[in-house]
Design a binder for this molecule. Structure first.
Ligand code: SAH
Length: 247
């Protein structure tokens, strides 16, 4: 509807993972405000005459400030546009969708949220790694590898996280992988536990490095694997040997 904003998750990459609502939004929207993580093949599904508004980092320039993006959404809606705010994965998982939705709510702009497949579930599945498996884990945690300042988050209760949750899925963690692995080992995780980095999951450039908690950071460096990447720690990583279905 004109004057409405749809906050939509585009999934980890493969356009086949879009929801029907996401596809509908791509076909209807007047303006698409999208992030760096949104796959080009997905943008190609948009209405040919839709305005495309990039809200990510480009060519080393700093990314637009979050309040600027939120205010832009309000402005576009008030101008009577059908606005699609398109984000990688799920908009409410480490995607700052909650912040944007709050600004829209405060401004009285009507919006809806269309969940997407988050990289920590769908991206791992493309690497043949299930987030849960009955014999391995009955809990899984999604953890951010850096906080607003770019450092390893100290708001995380590392001792409890390390002890209580058998499978840990880290977003934005490649840069601090050494430190994260050391913290987990210091809190009692076995250095020999299987762990993996999954880069550019569900895209044609997907790469996976499997090692152990103590060797993963070095293995990742040697491989030259690049972000965006997930780090997964836990016995489920072993299942990839049998479940790596991607041709
Ligand atoms: N809202 C997104 C997450 C955004 S935070 C979601 O739900 O998936 C950005 C981080 O997500 C990246 O640093 C990386 O850790 C992860 N990520 C997103 N897409 C990815 C992909 N295709 N492959 C691997 N990791 C991905």
């Amino acid at each position: 509807m004109p004057g409405h904003v749809w906050l939509v998750g585009a999934g980890p990459g493969d356009p086949g993972l879009l929801s029907l609502l996401a596809l509908h939004a791509l076909r209807q929207a007047d303006v698409i405000v999208y992030d760096a993580l949104v796959d080009e093949r997905i943008l190609a599904l948009a209405r040919a005459d839709a305005a495309r508004d990039y809200a990510g980092k480009r060519g080393g320039k700093p990314s637009p400030k979050q309040p600027d993006i939120s205010n832009r959404l309000v402005e576009l809606a008030r101008a009577g546009k059908r606005v699609l705010r398109l984000k990688g994965g799920d908009p409410f998982v480490f995607g700052r969708g909650a912040e944007e939705a709050q600004v829209l709510a405060e401004a009285g702009v009507p919006f809806r949220v269309v969940p997407g497949i988050t990289a920590g579930v769908g991206g791992l599945a493309y690497a043949g790694i299930p987030a849960t498996a009955r014999d391995c884990n009955s809990a899984v945690a999604f953890v951010t590898g850096h906080d607003a300042s770019g450092e390893v988050p100290d708001a995380i209760d590392w001792p409890h996280l390390a002890r209580a949750v058998p499978v840990l899925v880290f977003y934005m963690a490649l840069k601090h992988l050494d430190r994260i692995a050391a913290l987990l080992i210091a809190e009692g995780r076995s250095p020999d536990e299987p762990a993996a980095v999954v880069s550019k999951a569900a895209t044609p450039e997907q790469r996976v490095v499997v090692a152990t908690l103590s060797t993963l950071a070095e293995a990742a460096r040697r491989s030259g694997i690049e972000p965006p990447a997930l780090v997964v720690v836990g016995e489920v990583v072993r299942l990839r040997d049998r479940l790596n279905w991607l041709p």
